[in-house]
Design a protein. Structure first.
Length: 162
């Protein structure tokens, strides 16, 4: 029964996250469903497989852990202050691809064909045949509460994110 619960809940989790996203209510409902599955397995778990009386519970707990390992980093990446980091990594990948084809970096973001969220602002300050410097910010990321969005810097000559 534990394998069946894990398969059903994993499928439900994948569908909900794919179509609805990582909103708080979706994750709360999914968490409650996983806990109900764990409780059900604890109370009515299968006693077979030669592994002891709580084999189903172990299977469900393993499914919960795998789901958390997949969902938590994805949710963290969607937070406003983490989106500029992701945008700068995408910029670096696109710049390196452009460099491999043209032997120079570019300031023109249209040549890089980046797909970024509209609330993330990205700017390439310097780009030449040796390195590039780019900045990114998100309109909702203001950790120091000064009223201005925090700006992250990527300097390829100094190893990346600064």
């Amino acid at each position: 029964m534990g394998c069946l619960l894990v398969l059903v809940l994993a499928g439900l989790t994948a569908v909900a996250v794919s179509f609805i996203g990582y909103s708080n209510w979706v994750l709360t409902v999914l968490g409650i469903l996983w806990l109900v599955a764990a409780g059900y397995s604890l109370i009515f778990g299968h006693r077979g497989f030669g592994g002891g009386p709580r084999t189903d519970l172990l299977i469900v707990v393993a499914g919960m852990c795998i789901t958390a390992i997949i969902i938590i980093p994805q949710r963290e990446a969607q937070k406003p202050c983490n989106q500029p980091k992701t945008a700068l990594r995408k910029l670096a990948d696109a710049e390196n691809k452009y460099f491999s084809e043209h032997k120079t970096f570019t300031k023109d973001l249209r040549l890089l064909s980046l797909s970024l969220k509209p609330e993330v602002y990205i700017y390439v300050a310097i780009a030449d045949e040796k390195s590039f410097i780019g900045t990114a910010s998100h309109e909702s990321c203001d950790k120091d509460n000064d009223g201005k969005p925090d700006v992250l810097l990527w300097d390829s000559a100094r190893g990346g994110l600064q």
